[in-house]
Design a protein around this ligand. Structure first.
Ligand SMILES: O=c1ccn([C@@H]2O[C@H](COP(=O)(O)O)[C@@H](O)[C@H]2O)c(=O)[nH]1
Length: 234
């Protein structure tokens, strides 16, 4: 079960990232996001590969189809396991991205990453969606529509909050990957996450992978926090 937990390397530089990876040798799946990739570029990916870690490259592409396709071709060349794009960049963009990862991986001689779509960021509440973003759908319906759009465009899965994962699991095929950030043990601070459940609840609801960062990485004792989270996941 512990290989279901992905820990984000949300740190500012390569040195801090390596220190965290070394502190938590039990973690097999790491996430590299906007802060670290902008700071270090692909150097961090090489470090993780040299330690036989799986990699979630969470760059959340969102642009016009031609630009996103180019970025996906390039990212697929790194040989990462998961790559993200925003579902609301639209069907043409999602289809172009799905094709681009195949082309990029083939050109680089690597396995294509599983391309997964962000349905709705876990920091957005139902109120934010209705009043700030002016989306006239109920939040669970919007998240489901985004997942179905991703699935029909040829993507491998979606990123969703644990609060919507059961509904997406029921509506999307069993092979559609569902990755949940916004997971919070009862003892951890929610921070900016607005739609959370506990690790046990998220797994029970059907999540394939849980992304759990600050409850582990910002804990006074990250190793102990990791062990507590693992025991909750089962
Ligand atoms: O909707 C989303 C998509 C991505 N994330 C990312 O997951 C981690 C969560 O970290 P915590 O410290 O556990 O909050 C972070 O890297 C986000 O960029 C997300 O939270 N929500």
């Amino acid at each position: 079960m512990t290989d279901k937990i992905i820990v984000p390397l949300d740190v500012p530089d390569l040195e801090s990232a390596i220190a965290l990876v070394d502190k938590l040798p039990q973690v097999t799946f790491w996430k590299v996001g906007l802060e670290l990739f902008t700071s270090t570029g692909p150097a961090i990916l090489e470090v993780l590969k040299s330690r036989q870690k799986r990699i979630f490259l969470d760059l959340k592409f969102h642009d016009i189809p031609n630009t996103v396709a180019g970025a996906c071709r390039a990212a697929a060349g790194y040989g990462v396991d998961l790559l993200t794009i925003h579902a609301n960049c639209g069907k043409d963009c999602l289809k172009a991205a799905a094709e681009a990862v195949q082309v990029g991986a083939e050109k680089a001689g690597t396995k294509p990453p599983n391309l997964i779509a962000i349905t709705l960021l876990t920091s957005i509440s139902a109120r934010d969606l209705a009043f700030d973003l002016k989306i006239p759908l109920e939040l669970p319906e919007f998240a489901l529509e985004m997942a179905l759009l991703a699935e029909s465009s040829g993507l491998n899965g979606a990123v969703c909050s644990p609060q919507e994962v059961a509904q997406l699991r029921e509506s999307c095929g069993k092979d559609f990957l569902l990755v949940c950030p916004g997971v919070r043990p009862s003892w951890a601070d929610k921070g900016d996450q607005k739609r959370s459940l506990t690790p046990a609840q998220a797994v029970q609801a059907g999540a394939d992978f849980l992304v759990i960062g600050r409850p582990i990485t910002a804990a006074a004792d990250p190793v102990l926090a990791w062990e507590k989270v693992c025991s909750e996941v089962g």
